[in-house]
Write a protein that binds this ligand. Structure first.
Ligand code: ZN
Length: 291
């Protein structure tokens, strides 16, 4: 159950910004902010339909991709349109063998992404999904993003299929170090090596050619098989094995909803597809679930 907003007025109402100044409620401390949900009739019918599917489902799982983080200013670094591939061949620079061959080149390519991630803040979609979990509506949030913004927004049950950059691991002895201390050294052009064995340290983001984190993948697949409803949000569903998860869910008779800016290759699987700005649609959806 999603808790009502602060000052929620049943049946919806005008938000503060929509009111003329003389209608804005005031008290001796100044303006009282009244947060209300949009009137029911103003909500997009597709969003209402998805809200109904969520209410009817016993188990809801969300799969997110780069489209959830682009409103936070993080480029989709896997996308050929992001510009990040223009000067680099991904299989050369962002693969595990490319990293072994030329770690300096890897960090030159990766540092703009890492900087964007380290300064980014969660957006309204991240917070809305965290609210969904806190309300007991969401079983697992599976993400292909490595930015940790879901956790920053308050999500706890998160399976990070492509790893993260909170820490780095030694490729020789598995020694793990928090990456906060390491980025400054990388910025100075240093190639990070393990203090124990001298092997290369690599951020825990998964590179091409590396296996996915076993535990995250296992949780994701189990959740896909168990759920009644899977929402795929901000993902083009082109990268395996994340792209398999809606198929897995569908084969078990679960419903699938796809929310993305562009059409995806899996749209035919979906009970409902919504095209739009993720940071706009997802909060509206969660708001619609409030009593
Ligand atoms: Zn080591």
């Amino acid at each position: 159950m999603i808790p009502p907003s602060l000052g929620h007025v049943k049946g919806g109402g005008l938000s503060l910004m929509q009111m003329s100044p003389d209608l804005r409620p005031t008290c001796r401390y100044g303006t009282v902010i009244v947060i209300t949900q949009a009137p029911h009739h103003m909500v997009d019918p597709s969003i209402r339909r998805v809200a109904d599917l969520i209410r009817a489902a016993g188990s809801v799982v969300v799969l997110t991709g780069a489209g959830v983080s682009t409103p936070s200013g993080i480029p989709d670094f896997r996308s050929p349109f992001s510009g990040l591939w223009n000067t680099f061949d991904p299989m050369e620079v962002a693969s595990i063998w490319g990293f072994h061959d030329n770690p300096e080149r890897f960090y030159r390519w990766f540092m703009p992404v890492a900087r964007a991630i380290r300064t980014a803040r969660p957006n309204a979609a991240h917070y809305a999904l965290a609210t969904l979990e806190q309300a007991g509506t969401l079983d697992l949030l599976i993400t292909q993003n490595i930015d940790g913004l879901h956790q920053q927004a308050g999500s706890i049950a998160v399976a990070e299929l492509h790893g993260h950059i909170r820490s780095a691991r030694c490729l020789g002895c598995d020694f793990e170090a928090p990456s906060d201390m390491l980025w400054a050294r990388v910025e100075q052009g240093e190639v990070l090596r393990c203090e124990t064995c001298g092997s290369l340290l690599k951020p825990n983001a998964i590179l091409f050619g590396e296996p996915l984190p076993y535990e995250s993948l296992r949780r994701a697949q189990e959740a896909a098989l168990r759920c009644d409803l899977m929402l795929a949000i901000g993902t083009s569903l082109e990268v395996e094995p994340a792209s398999d998860l809606p198929h897995l869910a569908r084969r078990r008779g679960s419903r699938v909803v796809i929310i993305n800016r562009q059409p995806t290759v899996a749209d035919s699987l979906a009970e409902v597809t919504i095209r739009g700005d993720i940071a706009d649609v997802v909060p509206q959806l969660v708001e619609t679930l409030r009593p």
